[in-house]
Design a protein around this ligand. Structure first.
Ligand code: ADP
Length: 549
């Protein structure tokens, strides 16, 4: 092999904000603040404050490789932390505030975080868990002096704005190996103990570039992008890097993510595209209906994190003229793996025809390799029929969990692919179909029932606001599906009506054995339906044909 003769310049996250400051100085980052009111500035001013923050971090003794934690909503100060921490060679550890306090303690101690920056909202939480945090020396509140509490149990609590005001804005980024870690995010523990995914500068840049390369249209000039997906989860799907690189305005929604607040912000800020999990869009669609219209510029929704129901895609396409892009991914993949990608012939299809393809999980993003391994250990053909466990590989896919050899061993195969724990198939046209999480499949006799398929069918029933299918124990079949339904406001769908509609959409053996109605479904810390909680809630549920026996 002949070695190329190009410069070996490291790909560093810090270059992103420098680029935006220089090329898109006035392009805005807009934040709905925790204190109240809107904050706005351009990328140039962001860079200036990031410089101050970098000086402050160095002054506080943060060293390359140190983990600096955040507990914060989507706001400009959190955005600044992303770049200042990574820029000095430290690791930005975003903690999900929706986790149980014990999980936060576990994560912060496991990561050995040395400092914690947090929003006002989380002051009571941080004061509560602080005595259990073994390695944190610095606590800083992401607010100005006027909003600092009169007193706090936190030792030496710092004021973020106070800190920045005393610092110089000039800061030249150090250069180091692009494989240096820049960020850390723990999986939410939906399927077990939280596990740390440690991103490198290189992997973050690769993910950013691959996403832009695969769907450049999503980031065309001046597109105003609003991430509902939190900066504390899976790098907010890498939007904090993609928007400065492409010069897109970045609209950060803060702490309130209900339909009404999102609608107002989208309307006032002329948001073109929203990114987030399906449950968020259900709330927003309700708001469209209440007001009789969508926010004026909203044309695109990128939805992922769990399967996007066909009924939702159809409603958004047909009734609201919004194009839905569907993504599948995992924290371990930085996080995007596949995304709706139309070929030229598919682009010519009618919107509702295209919407059918959008319900599939998408085609692989450039830079992501997929491999499906059947139960027999064979590679599944791309026939749209044969399913198996999905393995992935790529420059932005984890090679193992942080300080957790046991979990790493379980997940990596002998050839170095990462096992996703998802069961999937690929169509001859290259569309990935996620059948289910292995743990969520209903194992009925020798057959596996995809909870996603049954939910998708049920969500097309009028009067169902949301639903989930879980397997409940059955003496003969091992497990049978139970459909748990939340009714739409004012609607009264009956069990019979639901079963009738389902009967026309899915096979008999896939039909739920029973339907139960609940007021709300339990949610995970990342806004997905918690099947784990549902399964334990209905662990002793007696299916009808077992009644009395
Ligand atoms: P957590 O497991 O804590 O929820 P992740 O966001 O990393 O955190 O979850 C990744 C998992 O979410 C995937 O392995 C898959 O099971 C599910 N998932 C993500 N996107 C989709 C999608 N578009 N369709 C179906 N399942 C999805």
């Amino acid at each position: 092999m002949m070695r190329g003769m190009m410069m070996d310049r490291p790909m560093l996250v810090s270059s992103v904000i420098d680029y935006a400051a220089e090329v898109f100085p006035q392009v805005e980052v807009v934040s709905n603040t925790v204190e109240g009111g809107i904050h706005r500035y351009g990328y140039a001013q962001a860079r200036e404050r990031i410089g101050r923050l970098a000086n402050a971090l160095v002054g506080l003794g943060v060293k390359p490789g140190d983990r600096v934690a955040t507990l914060a909503w989507n706001g400009y100060r959190h955005f600044e932390l992303y770049f200042a921490i990574a820029g000095i060679g430290a690791v930005c550890h975003t903690i999900n505030p929706r986790l149980f306090p014990e999980q936060i303690t576990y994560i912060a101690n496991h990561a050995e975080d040395t400092a914690l920056f947090f929003d006002l909202t989380f002051l009571p939480l941080v004061e509560k868990v602080a005595p259990t945090l073994k390695t944190i020396k610095t606590y800083a509140l992401l607010t100005d002096r006027a909003h600092m509490p009169a007193s706090s149990t936190l030792p030496g609590l710092l004021c973020y704005e106070g800190l920045l005001s005393e610092m110089d804005a000039a800061f030249t980024w150090p250069e180091f190996d692009e494989n240096a870690a820049c960020a850390l995010c723990y999986t939410s523990g939906t399927t077990g103990e939280p596990k740390g995914v440690l991103y490198s500068n290189r992997s973050m840049m690769m993910h950013t570039f691959c996403l832009i390369a695969s769907r450049p249209d999503l980031f065309a000039y001046n597109k105003r992008i609003l991430p509902v997906v939190p900066l504390f989860h899976a790098n907010a799907w890498s939007l904090p890097y993609v928007t400065p690189v492409t010069g897109c305005p970045f609209i950060l929604p803060g702490a309130k993510l209900d339909g009404a607040t999102l609608w107002e912000l989208m309307e006032n800020e002329g948001v073109d595209a929203g990114w987030g999990v399906p449950t968020v869009w259900l709330g927003l669609i309700d708001e469209f209906k209440k007001r009789g219209r969508k926010p004026k510029n909203l044309k695109q929704i990128l939805s992922g994190g769990s399967a996007v129901p066909q009924a939702m895609i159809d409603t958004l396409t047909r009734d609201w003229d919004i194009e839905v892009t569907h993504g599948w991914g995992m924290t371990e993949m930085s996080p995007i793996g596949t995304i709706t990608l139309f070929r030229p012939d598919e682009q010519k299809l009618q919107p509702l025809e295209r919407a059918k393809l959008s319900a599939l999980q998408g085609r692989r993003m450039f830079g992501v390799d997929l491999k499906i391994v059947t139960e027999k250990g064979e590679i599944a053909p791309r026939d749209g029929e044969t399913s198996g466990e999905l393995f992935v590989r790529g420059p932005a896919v984890t090679s193992g969990y942080y300080n957790n050899a046991e979990a790493t061993k379980k997940q990596m195969d002998a050839e170095g692919w990462f096992g996703t724990g998802d069961v999937a198939k690929v169509t001859p046209d290259g569309w990935l179909v996620i059948v289910d999480r292995t743990k969520d499949l209903v194992k009925s006799g020798g057959e596996w029932i995809s909870s996603i398929d049954v939910e998708n069918a049920a969500l097309a029933v009028k009067g169902i606001a949301n639903c989930a299918v879980i397997g409940v124990p059955h003496p003969k079949w091992n497990e049978r599906p139970l459909l748990v339904v939340v009714k739409a406001p004012g609607a009264e769908p009956t069990k019979q009506e639901i079963m009738d509609v389902l009967g026309s959409k899915i096979a008999k053996w896939q039909m739920p054995d029973d339907v139960v109605f609940v007021d709300a479904l339990p949610m995970t810390a990342t806004g997905k339906i918690s099947k784990k909680d549902l399964r334990s809630k209905f662990a002793d549920f007696k299916l009808p044909d077992m009644a009395g026996g």
